[in-house]
Design a protein around this ligand. Structure first.
Ligand SMILES: Cc1cc2nc3c(=O)[nH]c(=O)nc-3n(C[C@H](O)[C@H](O)[C@H](O)COP(=O)(O)OP(=O)(O)OC[C@H]3O[C@@H](n4cnc5c(N)ncnc54)[C@H](O)[C@@H]3O)c2cc1C
Length: 485
């Protein structure tokens, strides 16, 4: 069945790309227990010479502390000793000097979406960059952006000027974390990852010294996919931008009440289908309980060839609708997801070249996902220009050969109602590692990955360690999976 969408249908589609799915439905109130904890926790470090630092330092007794300490994942509750709310690179230098003087570990926060809370810590300093969110148009279609700028803030400014940068879909994700870990979305198969379009960056290192990547191509190589909370605090990012397409069209397939066998069969067909898509298309296979949704977006001209391909997928599913084409600004908002923090446990679930790599064990994973309420298994397209060897030469992102990325998602509404979901998530990740699926995406990090160094960085880890030694040999900037000198 092939229908046309109404405007209302598009709003319902709301969340179908990357981690954005279902998020719009979530967002309960904060729990009172967490607020109590913060009042009873005592300071553990002795703070020196506070008044000489010209940066806004926020401690537990400050009215802004509670709001600023939180991230997007409501399960994660960390309590830094001090939050440095920075507005300029000079502020970041001050914050770094303060942390060094007082022996505080540093976590760096831009949009606060780290799946495992790597942008906060307990009893250390968090350098909060949320106010560093300016957007400046430069010559030659370059755009300078503060790391705290979010996806929606950026689109609000650059779409009216008819420009895009290939970024992710969720409106509240910060450009800082997104870029420094890779960054993919609806435009990536055409223009590469977000980090591939990073032309230049400014960074404050672990000693408080300011660097520009103009003076060090090796630093730029490392920041393109390996810069999340590792070598320093990135305070300015300059990107290449492109002419924005006027419209986006979305195709939407559904199959209902699936068992694992049918879900697997459709997934196999989806792999064949997705491998033939033009680079202007993105696709996601999203299994939510026993209901499957497949999204295909296209921002270039709809062709007969594409329609023929879409029709082959329609034969495998129960329902097929086409929406739009709609204006780009309107269509992108459909994928922003929840604007408020939620409870979730999401992680990368492997990168793949083809279906053969998963055919032996995927039924087991799909079965677990279907029978665990709140769990979703999603497979997204990469490939296209992401695989461009020219990008590979100048960035540490190691997964260019993989055309598909899977993400495991688990959502719940009430604090503590996560035991089963976390258990099944771990079981699924164990199935993957037992079957030698090792490549994982740092932006979908998980503490469950044992050999995370290889999983995230492949053969590039040693080279990244050398960059760490150069810029933060004392490891003042760190989180549980940061690069070790
Ligand atoms: C709802 C949701 C939707 C998502 N959608 C997508 C998507 O469509 N595409 C995609 O590729 N990814 C997506 N992601 C993953 C996202 O890219 C990562 O979570 C990313 O790291 C978030 O960046 P942030 O700045 O918001 O997070 P933060 O938590 O602020 O930072 C994440 C990591 O980067 C480090 N970091 C942040 N800023 C800096 C800086 N300026 N200097 C040095 N280190 C820094 C932090 O220390 C931390 O380790 C999504 C995640 C969520 C939760």
């Amino acid at each position: 069945m092939h229908k046309k969408y109404s405007r209302k249908d598009f709003i319902k589609l709301g969340t179908l790309a990357g981690t954005g799915l279902l998020l719009a439905a979530c967002g309960a109130n904060d729990n009172e227990e967490q607020k109590k904890t913060i009042i009873t926790k005592s300071d553990s470090a002795t703070i020196k010479s506070e008044n000489i630092y010209k940066v806004r330092l926020i401690k537990k007794d400050d009215s802004q502390y509670e709001e600023l300490r939180k991230g997007y994942n409501k399960c994660i509750n960390k309590f830094p000793l001090v939050i440095a709310l920075c507005t300029t690179t000079a502020d970041v230098v001050e914050a770094m000097n303060y942390a060094n003087e007082n022996n505080l570990a540093i976590a760096v926060k831009s949009g606060g979406h780290s799946l495992e809370g790597f942008s906060s810590n307990d009893s250390g300093m968090v350098i909060n960059l949320s106010k560093m969110n300016t957007v400046e148009f430069l010559a030659e279609n370059r755009i300078k952006i503060g790391p705290g700028c979010t996806v929606s803030e950026l689109y609000n400014i650059i779409l009216p000027k008819k420009r895009i940068i290939p970024i992710g879909s969720c409106g509240t994700v910060g450009l800082g974390g997104l870029t420094l870990g890779g960054g993919y979305g609806l435009f990536s198969r055409k223009y590469g990852l977000t980090c591939d379009n990073l032309l230049e960056a400014t960074m404050v290192d672990g000693n408080g010294k300011i660097h520009s990547t103009k003076d060090d191509p090796e630093l730029l190589w490392a920041l393109r996919g390996g810069g999340s909370g590792n070598f320093g605090v990135v305070t300015e990012l300059i990107y290449k931008s492109y002419t924005a397409p006027a419209i986006i069209q979305a195709h939407h397939f559904k199959a209902k009440k699936l068992n694992a066998e049918r879900a697997k069969n459709i997934l196999e067909k989806w792999f064949e289908f997705a491998a033939q898509l033009p680079n202007s298309c993105f696709s996601a296979y999203v299994l939510n309980g026993n209901n499957l949704t497949i999204l295909v977006t296209n921002f270039e001209k709809h062709t007969e060839k594409l329609q023929t391909l879409l029709d082959t997928l329609a034969l495998e599913t129960d329902e097929y609708k086409t929406g739009g084409p709609g204006k780009i600004a309107y269509m992108l908002k459909n994928y922003y997801g929840s604007l408020v923090p939620i409870y979730f446990k999401n992680s990368s679930a492997g990168l793949y070249k083809n279906f053969d790599e998963i055919s032996e064990f995927i039924s087991d994973i799909l079965h677990k996902s279907i029978h665990t309420p709140g769990m979703m298994f999603q497979m997204n397209t990469l490939g296209g220009n992401i695989a461009n060897p020219e990008f590979e030469k100048v960035s540490c992102y190691p997964h260019r050969a993989y055309n598909f990325i899977a993400e495991l998602q688990a959502y719940w509404y009430t604090a503590g109602k996560d035991e089963k979901l976390k258990k099944v998530s771990k079981e699924i990740l164990d199935i993957l590692s037992d079957n030698k699926i090792t490549a994982q995406y740092i932006n979908y990090c998980s503490l469950d990955f044992e050999d995370w160094e290889t999983a995230y960085y492949g053969n590039n880890y040693k080279r990244l360690q050398a960059v760490k030694r150069e810029y933060d040999s004392n490891n003042i900037i760190h989180h549980p999976q940061s690069i070790k000198a």
